[in-house]
Every structure is written in structure tokens, then in C-alpha cells.
Design a protein around this ligand. Structure first.
Ligand SMILES: NC(=O)C1=CN([C@@H]2O[C@H](COP(=O)(O)OP(=O)(O)OC[C@H]3O[C@@H](n4cnc5c(N)ncnc54)[C@H](O)[C@@H]3O)[C@@H](O)[C@H]2O)C=CC1
Ligand SMILES: CC(=O)C(C)=O
Length: 259
């Protein structure tokens, strides 16, 4: 598997899965652009990436804003001297019964989780075409993009949407040699799950930690997923070894049996 020397843009790279992806790709020899809204955390991740002896750069952008995503792609090409892969990883979750969902909730979650992926696909593909070379687009879906999760209904809808966008984009860009795939993690022990568990506790009265434990107990491999587990799949999708794979939404969930 080789990503050595490739220039890769990762969104949502300040923490969690995005940070895990950035570090894994750096370990494998890729140069990495770290994009996030959390400016304060980016410098620390950049230093960790550079410790692998590769180039790193940071860029503050809100993926829900089209112009900011295009600017992040431009910055990546200039700073890293190329542009080969975009990982549209940034996303947010919200725990709420469907009965309580507001127009503002829908607006906020869809703008980041869906628009953010549309802009990443669009800006990434435009740059690959301008450079005249093949490229890879990799999007974050979820097991919640395969089954609607109770209390995470709107979030699940956005992750189903990411699968649809991945399939459509794969067909639209295949003739340009651009591949488009999605990774679908299970239960990953990041800040996102800390917040999900806390919200479940507030809404249902379940003790803190119980919801997370319930989901982890349903994983056949018997443990929660780590960002590194997810990054292993993304490293494959970013490498030349995945050249014949496109339009796929690949589950990496430890054989989850409880949803
Ligand atoms: N944690 C989990 O169990 C799972 C997570 N996922 C997906 O993986 C991706 C990463 O999730 P985690 O690392 O767990 O979440 P996280 O909450 O730990 O990290 C998300 C990152 O995205 C950034 N971000 C949020 N909104 C942004 C915006 N508008 N523009 C730019 N950056 C923004 C945050 O600042 C943060 O650094 C998300 O798309 C999530 O939906 C999918 C399946 C399972
Ligand atoms: C956060 C998320 O996507 C799940 C399914 O845990």
C-alpha cells in the first residue's frame, strides 16, 4: 500500500478520527493538510504529523462554506506542492428524538455533514481535473448511514446522504479517473461519542456511560473502535492499491451486531 509522497487534505483533523487518519497517512509517508474550525488544536496535530518526517500544513475552514473548502484545496496544493487525495471527514452528531427536531437542527447538521461533503467532492474533483491527474475522494459515512439510529435520526439521514453522494460522484467522475469511496465506522471512542452518551443520559435518564457501553457490548470483536482502526481503511482507500474500487461505502465496525 503506498501513499508515500501523496498530498492529502483531511477535514476535521484537529481530533478524533480525522487526527488518526492524518497521523496514519503521515506514518505511511504522505504529506498532509490539516483542515478544521478548531484553530487552537491544529498546531499540535501539525507537530505530530511532522514528527514522521513529512510535510504538514494547517488551514482553518468551515466545511459548510463552499468558498472556504475551495480555499482549503488551493492552500493544500500551494503548501504541499500537489493535491492527490481529499478526505471529507468533518462531521457533527446530534442526539434528539425526531419529535423535537427543529428547522434550525436540520439546517445546522445538513449544512456540515452533507453540504460539507458536496463542497469537498466538488472542490477536490475540480482541482484533480485542473492538475490533469487521477485523484481520490474519501467521505465519512457511518454504520448510521446503513441503519437509522434511534435518537440520531437526522444524523443518520446525513450519513445515508453521504453514501448517495459517494455513489453518484463515483459515476460522474469515473471517466476522469477519479475514485470516490466512503468509510463507515462503528462505535469509535472519540469526543463525538462522549457527547452522544451524555445527551442520551440527559434525555433518557440512563446513567452516564450506559449508552456507550450498550453499543460497545454489541460489537462482535468485543471492543470499541479506535481512530487508528478507521485510519487503516482510509490509508488503503488513499493508496494506489484501491485504484479499482469506486462508489463503495465500506463498513469498518468490528462486526457490530446491535444497532
Ligand atoms: N465517533 C464515531 O463513533 C463515528 C464517527 N463517524 C464520523 O466520523 C467523522 C469524525 O468523527 P469523530 O472524530 O468521532 O468526531 P469528533 O467530534 O471527535 O471530531 C470532529 C472534528 O470535525 C471538526 N468539525 C466539526 N464541524 C466542522 C466544520 N463545520 N468545519 C470543519 N471542521 C469541523 C471538529 O472541530 C472536530 O475536530 C464524522 O463525520 C462522524 O460523523 C462515523 C461513524 C462513527
Ligand atoms: C457516531 C456514529 O456515527 C455512530 C454510529 O456511532
Amino acid at each position: 500500500m503506498s501513499v508515500k509522497g501523496k498530498a492529502v487534505l483531511v477535514t476535521g483533523a484537529s481530533q478524533g478520527i480525522g487526527k488518526g487518519i492524518a497521523l496514519r497517512l503521515a506514518k505511511d509517508g504522505a504529506n498532509v493538510a490539516l483542515v478544521d474550525i478548531k484553530e487552537d488544536k491544529l498546531a499540535g496535530v501539525k507537530a505530530e504529523v511532522e514528527a514522521f518526517g513529512v510535510k504538514a500544513t494547517t488551514f482553518v475552514a468551515d466545511v459548510s462554506k463552499r468558498d472556504q473548502v475551495y480555499a482549503a484545496v488551493e492552500h493544500t496544493e500551494k503548501a504541499l506542492g500537489g493535491f492527490d487525495v481529499i478526505v471529507n471527514n468533518a462531521g457533527i452528531a446530534q442526539v434528539k428524538p425526531l419529535a423535537d427536531v427543529t428547522p434550525e437542527d436540520l439546517e445546522r447538521i445538513f449544512r456540515i455533514n452533507v453540504d460539507g461533503v458536496v463542497w469537498g467532492i466538488q472542490a477536490g474533483a475540480a482541482k484533480f481535473k485542473a492538475l490533469g491527474h487521477k485523484g481520490k475522494i474519501i467521505n465519512a459515512s457511518s454504520i448510521a448511514g446503513h441503519d437509522g439510529f434511534a435518537m440520531l435520526g437526522v444524523y443518520s439521514a446525513t450519513k445515508f446522504a453521504v453514501r448517495a453522494l459517494t455513489q453518484a460522484a463515483a459515476k460522474e467522475y469515473a471517466s476522469a479517473g477519479i475514485t470516490v469511496n466512503a468509510y463507515c465506522p462503528g462505535i469509535v471512542g472519540t469526543d463525538m461519542w462522549v457527547e452522544i452518551d451524555e445527551r442520551f443520559a440527559e434525555i433518557t435518564g440512563a446513567p452516564k456511560g450506559e449508552t456507550y457501553k450498550k453499543y460497545v457490548d454489541g460489537i462482535a470483536l468485543g471492543r470499541a473502535q479506535t481512530p487508528e482502526d478507521v485510519a487503516a481503511l482510509v490509508a488503503f482507500l488513499a493508496s494506489d492499491d484501491s485504484d479499482y474500487i469506486t462508489g463503495q461505502a465500506i463498513l469498518t465496525d468490528g462486526g457490530i451486531v446491535y444497532r
